[in-house]
Design a protein around this ligand. Sequence first.
Ligand SMILES: [Zn+2]
Length: 268
Amino acid sequence: MTSSDGLSETSLLLTSADVAPVHETNAAGASPFLFTCDHYGRLLPKKLGDLGLPESEFVRHIAWDIGIAGVAERMAVLCDAHLVAQRYSRLVIDCNRPPGAASSIPRLSEATTIPGNEALAAEEIAVRRHAIFDPYHQRIDAIIDARLHAKRPTVLVSLHSFTPVYAGVARPWHIGTLYHRDTRLPPLLLRALRAEGDLVVGDNEPYAVSDLTDYTIPVHGEARGLINTGIEIRQDLIADQFGQQQWAERLARILSEIEAQLRAERLI
Ligand SMILES: [Zn+2]
């Protein structure tokens, strides 16, 4: 690559043998919902090899959000919504962590040490950010800019999945809403999920959103004043295509009802 293609910094890590970090589906979708998926993929840049880990670690939750890609793709179609997602493993750089946080480029994830993330020079950290983190978040920024400029209502929904057992502790929830400052969407979503009758619903479980442990919701949702929430689905429920389809259909139906409520309340 040459500097004239505008990718000179990116090319320090990603080469023509790698795919672009940003993946989009249904960019012309008419829905007010904008879906993001920070942990969509588990690719590794060729230059980083295997980060010193066996393949068995890359099928685990530490590498990506198992099952969420299939749910997100289906939801984008069912809701006619724009999905923007990131294809590289969170072990390369976590796109939902503030750059500089210890968990941004983790040296330890659950009980696994990541040799390829040990003792990185500042330049190596910057290269990962420039190649993967920045293009993803710049793209989300640009999408929101364009939507706001076009006076299109925009509701940010950040899609994730969580491991059913973490550090030996089983998690009871089927699904959780994750939020911090938005008082509009999370209560509607919690009420709708509880009304399903067959779900154990986490209210800011298994995680809560914070400025120190999250990036997408604080920066793209809260700082820009968008109605927003995170959704976390337990990974064993969406491990196969059947589960992904079932959950996408259920969430698309619920979001359709919520859209009507937001419109009725003139929030969008
Ligand atoms: Zn995630």
